[in-house]
Structures are given as structure tokens and as C-alpha cells.
Design a protein around this ligand. Sequence first.
Ligand code: NDP
Ligand code: ZN
Length: 353
Amino acid sequence: MKGFGVISKGTVAWMEKPDPICGPFDAIARPVALAPCTSDVHSAYEMEGPHLINRILGHECVGELIEVGSEVRDFKVGDRVVIPCTSPSWCYPAIQDSYHQHESGLLTGINFSNYEDGTFADRIKIRSADMNLALLPKNMKPETAVMITDMMTTGFHGAELAEIKFGDSVCVMGIGPVGLMAVAGSALMGAGKIYAVGTRPDCVALAKEYGATDIISYKEGSVYEQIMEATNGNGVDAAIVAGGDLETFYMAFGVCKPGGTVANINMFAEITSFDIPIEYSGGGWLGHKTFRGGLCPGGRRRMERLIAVVQAGRVDPGRLITHRLHGLESIPDALQLMVNKPRDLIKPVISFE
Ligand code: NDP
Ligand code: ZN
């Protein structure tokens, strides 16, 4: 098989590897549509470790099955499938205690490009096919479905972690594709005011379409001060962190009311410690503020549920796509787009048809 990945920190290249072996519960797919993620940039250029050496990158994909294991019940060769970026094996007891995202240790639910080769390849192995794959509906474009595999499940998870209630005021810090889906998820969960923080004009326009009521530019003064002014000094019920730097993260605590919730879905790949200024603490950390951060949920039922949201016409994650490329050979260009982040980029997609 051929794939594009990280040789060692900071060096990406094409690589040839033996074809993946399909276990009894596994399936092998060829890509139909792929997308790079900001997390691929973190993996290639910022993170390091033995698991990130000679590793094929990528974790967002819609595929067509070319092989299925002997014990796979619900899928057959030729099926077009939505492949969640978080696709655990589902066979570790830790799942019964906590989260499938951490089935056998921290973040082990996302094996693609971390513990096994990822989706930037001509062959993609999916473990536990029956538990992870969802059929691509006939009337859904593969490129739209790719946006469900990570962007939609992650952004929606931000809204879930924030435990949005009807009428809540929410600040979404960062409106790249992840934050935009957090805006859409918050709106669906019944938020009232949604303050969206970002500056790229296409992102700002889409944030409004997805339900943002107010736009805040972090380039025009402190987000903390702008939110406090907009809320008459009260702050918001919840803040979802989907971009920015450490200061952004700290300010998320500051903008939350007493009893508020900070939900982090941003990946702080290079941070060694947090040092939250005391003025954001909410009364010496006695302000009943909650912090949650989480890797996106995956698995078959999560995909089927999100597909149902899209099929019902409630959200169109395909609106995130701004750049379209074609074929395996365009993977390096697509990744480079995520590195450079031109201002008109929200999300690139690669089609194989
Ligand atoms: P983008 O880079 O496309 O978007 C980042 C956003 O943050 C932009 O809107 C940007 O604004 C905004 N921003 C930049 N600086 C600041 C600042 N100082 N204050 C406030 N906002 C700021 O990223 P993605 O949407 O692709 O990804 C976001 C994060 O989500 C990444 O770290 C990624 O790794 C992570 N992620 C996490 C997952 C999970 O499971 N939890 C899964 C997938 C991704 P501007 O409009 O000016 O560019
Ligand atoms: Zn991702």
C-alpha cells in the first residue's frame, strides 16, 4: 500500500508499506473522499513519540469496502461507508467504566494515524467494522459525509461537554471548521445567544448561518472584555474552546458566569502546563465553574445519529468545504493548506471520483 505520513517530527513523505491484513472483525476500504485535519498538522509538526514515526497520517474518510473479515455481519465488499475518526476496537472493559475514546488508555480510541496507519492511503483498515462503520446514504455526497467523521462529531461534542440548556448564552472561541460545528451544535441544543470568536470572513459568514448571534474579533481587543461588555458584566453560561492559544483558554474561564462550564475541544499539543490567572478563577476557584475537555466520540451509532441530523436537514456540514482537490497525489497539497491556512480556507476535501 501507498500512503503519506510522518517519517519523524517535522518530516512528511510518501511511504510504501505491506498491505494491511484484514482480521475477522475488520474491513479494508479504498478512499472515496478524504480530508486533512488541523490535528494532522499537530501530529506531523508539533508532537513526537515512537507512535509518530513512519506513521501514515489522516483520520477523516469515506471509503468503499474492498475486503471484509469473516465475522463481519452487516457490511460487504462494495459498500460505501462513513469511517469515524474515533473507531475503537470496543473490546476493552475500560469502556464499561468510562469513555470509548479512551478504551485501553488515554486517547486509544483514535487509532488512525496514532497507533495504526491513518487514512491518507490507498488502503485503509478499519477495526471492528460492525461497531464502527455506518453506511453512506445513497443521497448523501461523500464529501459531506467526510465532514461528519471528525468536524461534526467534535464540534457537537463541544456543545455536549458544555451541557447547553435552552436559552443558554454560549461563547465559542474559534470558528474554524471545529468551532463552526460547535456553533451549529449549540444552536441545535437550544442555546440563546451564541458569541462566535474569529475573524476569517468566510468563517464569520458561516458562523452566522449556523446560528451565531454575535461575532467577536480577538484582533480588536480582549475577548474577555468584549464578552463581559456584551453581557453587562454577567458573562456566559458556557464557553467552548475550539481555537486560539493559552490566553484564549484562560479567558474561557473568565467569561463563564459562576456555575458556568468551560468545554475544551482544542488540542494543546505543545503545552507543558496551564497557569490560569486568578482574575479568571471566579472567586478563588469557589465559583462552581466546571471544566471538561474531550476527544470526539466515534463508532457506528454516533455516525448514524449525526447522519440522521444531516438527513433531516438540520445542519449541512458540507458548507464547511471551501477547497476541492482530487486523487491520492493531492494529499500533500491538502495537508499544506492546513499548515498555511489561507484566509479563504475553511476545510479542504479530496475526492477520488
Ligand atoms: P482552525 O485553525 O481552522 O481554526 C481556529 C480558530 O481559532 C479560527 O477561527 C481562528 O480565528 C481562531 N483563533 C485564532 N487565534 C485566536 C485567539 N487568540 N483567540 C480566539 N480565537 C482565535 O482550526 P480547526 O477548527 O481546524 O481545529 C481547531 C482545533 O480542534 C485544533 O487544535 C484541532 O487539533 C482540534 N481538534 C480536536 C478534536 C477533538 O476530538 N477534540 C478533533 C479535531 C480537531 P481566525 O478566523 O482569525 O482564523
Ligand atoms: Zn481531526
